[in-house]
Ligand binder design. Structure first.
Ligand SMILES: [Fe+2]
Ligand SMILES: [Fe+2]
Length: 347
């Protein structure tokens, strides 16, 4: 069971995360066949959201809805792109050819996720170039998690298990997001993230069942990645600024703390199978609540990283800027080729 058992011990009948993605996919197909009758405008928008149908790019939508989605989808896309860096750091040093091929495919998937999401954001009336500009100018953020360094090969395992695992828990509800292009992109992304989570879990499982030094390396990686992964769900509900309106618009379906709890409950049995310890002495089953009690991450540290002062923020942005400059000739060549193809043949 390489991490694909997402059920929690307290809810044996609860469907796994991939089943939820499949359900969302069916709902999306059904929603394409609209049953809400209206003339358009605000009331139509509200009726569509209330009926759990999808808002499409051609539909009227409130300015705030559009802005929220642009911000969220752009930050999501930026995270996919910046998130390639910590793992790409290990492609040339993967321990076997097979591991290298798998990691290469995984990092390439993340580039694809960035691409779908930028394309999705463009349906809201922004250009991909303008979003790159905002990222490079530091005006739009990416997930704080990618500002931590990957010190050993086991970090690639811990990222897959914990970081991609947290990403799935966060993103499965987005398959039901009210904005059609975002929901559709998330279906495919979640299926791929599930593979990422399993590959990380399998790396850790192999190390945890190897030599004592390998097991220690796996444990050290989990020790370092656990709390930053919990912080991926964002500030606690009491401090979360955008949540309420996003919930009303059905962009967001669950609160940060609900998703964080779901993630903790998912990881506990998986850590037992790995034979690794989650570095939280307060972690225990609370029969009364029906969930695990756990120690929250240091939200002060999260804010420091978000503000640009994490261990690798400067390195990540410098690398991205350099890659953007190095790729300028490719963009120019592609644009020139596209322009040439548009010219009439007999002109
Ligand atoms: Fe991804
Ligand atoms: Fe991923």
């Amino acid at each position: 069971m390489y991490g694909n058992d997402f059920g929690t011990p307290d809810e044996p009948g609860r469907p796994g995360l991939l089943d939820q993605v499949a359900d969302a996919e069916r709902e999306l197909r059904a929603a394409a066949d609209r049953s809400v009758e209206s003339e358009g405008g605000e009331r139509y928008f509200e009726a569509l959201v209330a009926a759990d149908q999808k808002i499409e790019p051609r539909d009227w939508m409130p300015d705030g809805y559009r802005k929220t989605l642009i911000r969220q989808m752009a930050q999501h896309a930026h995270s996919e792109i910046i998130g390639m860096q910590p793992e790409a750091n290990w492609i040339t040093r993967a321990p076997t050819l097979k591991r290298k091929a798998i990691l290469l495919a995984k990092v390439q998937d993340e580039a694809g996720h960035g691409l779908y999401l930028y394309a999705g954001a463009e349906t809201l009336g922004v250009t991909r170039d303008s979003l790159y500009e905002l990222l490079l100018a530091g005006k739009q953020k990416y997930s704080s998690i990618f500002n931590y360094p990957t010190l050993t090969w086991a970090d690639v395992g811990a990222i897959g298990w914990l970081v991609d695992g947290a990403a799935i828990v966060n993103q499965v509800p987005l398959c039901r997001c009210s904005y059609g292009p975002y929901a559709r992109a998330m279906i495919r992304i979640c299926k791929e993230e599930s593979f990422h989570q399993r590959q990380g879990y399998e790396i850790l499982y192999t190390l945890a069942h190897g030599t004592p030094a390998q097991k220690a390396m796996a444990q050290d990686a989990v020790d370092r990645w656990w709390y930053p992964s919990l912080a991926m769900f964002g500030p606690p509900d009491t401090d979360s600024t955008h949540s309420e309106q996003s919930m009303a618009w059905k962009i967001k379906r669950f609160s940060n703390d609900d998703l964080r709890q779901r993630f903790v409950d998912m990881c506990v049995p998986q850590a037992q199978v790995l034979g690794l310890t989650i570095p939280d002495p307060e972690l225990r089953w609370n029969a009364e609540r029906g969930y695990h009690d756990y120690t929250h991450p240091d939200y002060g540290e999260l804010m420091t990283v978000i503000k640009g002062n994490g261990p690798c923020n400067r390195q990540r942005m410098a690398h991205r800027r350099q890659a953007h400059e190095d790729g300028a000739w490719v963009r120019e060549a592609a644009a020139a080729y596209a322009a040439k193809r548009r010219e009439p043949v007999n002109a």
